[in-house]
Write a protein that binds this ligand. Sequence first.
Ligand code: ASP
Ligand code: MG
Length: 435
Amino acid sequence: MDIKVFKFGGASVCNASGIRNVAGILRKYKDDPIVMVVSAMGKTTNALEEVLKYYINGDPVSLIEAFEKVQKYHWNILEELFSDQDHVVYQTVDSLFNQLRGYIRKGHLYMGHTPDFDFDFEYDQIVSYGELFSSAIVYHYLLEQGLHVVYQDVRDLIKTDRTFRDARVNWEVTTNLIRNAIPAYLANREKTGVSVALTQGFIGSDMHGDTTTLGREGSDFTAAVFAYSLQVKEMTIWKDVPGVMNADPKWRKEAIKLDTLSYREAIELAYYGASVIHPKTIKPLENSGIILRVKSFSDPDGTGTTIENLESWTLDIPVFIRKQDQVLISLSSRDFSFIMEENLSQIFNILATYRVKVNVMQHSAISFSICVDNDPQKIPLLLEHFRKDYKTRYNEGLELITIRHYQPGTAEALINNRKILMEQKSRLTLQLVLV
Ligand code: ASP
Ligand code: MG
């Protein structure tokens, strides 16, 4: 059985016409058994992070406002897709919203008062609803359209540890669960008629059944977990761009599509922050030689980008990656002594404790600087910790530009007379931290 794995991201299902379009894409593949992974609709994950914010700081008025904003957005889409107000989808989605409302109501009463309150745990319990709403709506719409689809709660298949917000998949358990569930749905297509198994991206659950999440933009990775577990030949990520581009086209209009990429290059690009693919996605695919296609949902017949095992292949044009909202943290010892190996090991221990990933770093005799994403939750705690032992300076609101395969002169136009706070060059990669 030649199963295909499709991932539909938030932009592909951000409104009613997007969801209709997804149904159209699935019809094009009506002869293939498909596992379809969907993300939360549009910017729902961000909107739920707002809900979480007011839930945590105990602001009941803003909390309800933020909640109702999410509800209204989904409700509008529902009304556009299902004219029959008695359709079962209304009950299903309503009961999900009631569950979430119950959770935030109960929780915010004691928030901040309990010593064992765990931000990351609360995050996963609340923010995971985005994928539950979207999968319920898309599932019912596809059924309504006559597609043969089964609904699978991904939390029964993807099992993780309890690293909330960044959960690690237990591959052994997960692979077995997926192999036992999915092929059985899709096997007797003639008899059962089922050709699409629909499930959620981004979320999973731990061994006690508590909901976990795999990290922002983690739905690509979910799809890769399915692709690997089922040992499929190829997986497709449907995006709002024609494929992997050599820059974000919203940033650089002259961006062009890359027709092919090696796994190796794709991992590098994702690692440096090319938001087109989640960095954890490629490795499981590479391990089994599964071809990854990145295609446009608004041009499903376009060629997209094919990512596969290409030995001794190299890109001949530069690729530009921009990360905004960066913080540059500089640490020096209070007595102007050198920053030595013991300090570095301590600094990295602290970074690991707060799970802050270093984007670029630089070392001089008496100082050590790192550039990191400005996570409003983690960074203040990190700085506080650093301040205990080091003179700590930081700059916010910076931009990190990475150029892979840079050529002489490629960077000048991007720098555009801005101040460079840090610069690093290797054979293939140039990185600049700019004001
Ligand atoms: N909805 C989640 C997010 O926006 C996961 C994803 O879209 O991949 O981060
Ligand atoms: Mg998303």
